[in-house]
Design a protein around this ligand. Sequence first.
Ligand code: NAD
Length: 456
Amino acid sequence: MRISIVGTGYVGLVSGVCFAEMGHDVSCVDVDEEKISRLKSGEITIYEPGLKVLFDRNWREKRLHFTTDLAASVSTSDVVFLALPTPPGEDGSADLSYVLGVADQLGSLLRGYTVVVDKSTVPVGTAEKVEARIAASGLRSGIDFDVVSNPEFLREGAAVADFMKPDRVVIGASTERAADVMTALYEPFVRQGNPILVMGRRSAEMTKYAANAMLATKITFMNEVANLCSLADADVDEVRRGIGSDNRIGNAFLYPGLGFGGSCFPKDVRAMRKTAHEFSYEFRILDSVLAVNGNQHARLVNRVVERFGVDLTGIHVGVWGLAFKAHTDDVRESPAHRVIEDLLDAGASVSAFDPEAEVTSRTVLGDRITYAADLYEAAAGADALFVCTEWPQFRRPDWSLLESLLKNKIVFDGRNLFDPREMAAAGYEYFSVGRACVPVEDGCEGISAPELAAAA
Ligand code: NAD
């Protein structure tokens, strides 16, 4: 098939590369001329494990093209995907201006039957709006089209694996013809039997929000359990194992930390809450999820303040991790950035290291922090180390080198990467999420977990 992908960001580029890998002729369109010229010259624009190999092959074999020319791309395509931004508006609703703006241009460009696919995360009823805009934008007589909702469930950091072997494919279609085209397109990706779920367009649109809101709720629930564990002197790791082994609950998304971030969960939870309001329904759980999540990182920052004082002037903190999670360079709504902003506000200086997210962080944090070349440089001369992202290389550092570099053996671990008992045995004051502070042998200068929690 000839496929256009309009919007060549995370979702657009990954989708385009993966469809090309299945033999389709793919044209990726974007308004960002610099991005397109880099991609055209064979330079990949995002970091995503496994993407470069597929990108290189399909670019070399000329199944993958990049252009800023929407008209040329769309008029020769059988399927047009919209992988455009849907950022939160001021009231939390999804801003549909990118999606509808492109829909307004499509009508006059279609030359034969075309399936237009909403891959962006969009609220209930958007497919109908897109359909109306295309029909009203100079559609030639006799040209047929369908609008399909095909939400994307890929996870940044595992996007290629998720796209190539999805748990399920959701297709919201209003005609059998469109459903057949989409099923044919996705069949090669589900050869091991994972389902292609054909449903109504509104259900498909709702499915995406419900999935993200459910996952955000699960993370937040576990963060609340962790917060309670630290008050009650229980260990959230033990509790997690205790509940995760229950088949009805499962182990995924039970890891407490600094709160969820990224480009999807925060905005999608807000947008779902807004949709509920529009239908005069108060989705109360989502209010709580957002409130708890907004404060989760601050609980560990409070430990820094308790340890060093309210005014952190003169305190230098080494930070490990800037990305909102491991295996990505994405820093949108990153909890690491929230931690850093709070530390800077309190007067601390920060030196941070992230294996992939320095460039993206520079655009947000600028030169307000220093960027270290590796994890040890970030720790050099630091009064304390703060772990913000769960990159695998942070899990087993060279402790003796680290000890020689840190000014104090104090670690604030926002990802629970280390074992509290081992840290205490090694003489570290160690603060994590929902686990007791084990006193170091010569008397923990840190405070016991219940005391800490009471002070928070
Ligand atoms: P992104 O910001 O990475 O990419 C969007 C791209 O669209 C950018 O390259 C931008 O330049 C381009 N663009 C903007 N206006 C355009 C126009 N008029 N014509 C052509 N291109 C245009 O966004 P993303 O993370 O890929 O997200 C896209 C959609 O997919 C959003 O709705 C998002 O919620 C959803 N989604 C994202 C993820 C994720 O992990 N990032 C996962 C699932 C769903």
